[in-house]
Design a protein. Structure first.
Length: 94
């Protein structure tokens, strides 16, 4: 588990939501890998769905495997990030 004193970047909803509309969907098809999204948190809920590929999802410092069919839901301020080992298709609903 992550030490709560350790700061992670906080991404704000206003960076993602167009004109105040509280929903943003990102769909990445066959994104080439390997690549990593650094640990971060935000002030909104996020649902992360993996359709193809492999890697790991870090949640509060604990790694979970990424595999097709996995769905992760992060409440606001949950520290998370991920690493994909190769070509990956996934969606973020925020």
């Amino acid at each position: 588990m992550r030490d709560r004193r350790q700061a992670v970047p906080l991404r704000l909803g206003r960076e993602f939501f167009w004109q105040g509309f509280p929903l943003n969907v990102n769909y990445f098809v066959d994104r080439p890998g390997p690549y990593r999204v650094a640990t971060h948190a935000h002030d909104f809920t996020e649902i992360f769905i993996i359709f193809s590929g492999a890697g790991s999802q870090s949640i509060e410092g604990a790694d979970r495997p990424l595999a097709p069919g996995r769905v992760f839901c992060f409440s606001g301020t949950t520290a998370h990030g991920f690493c994909c080992t190769g070509q990956t298709t996934y969606a973020n609903l925020m």
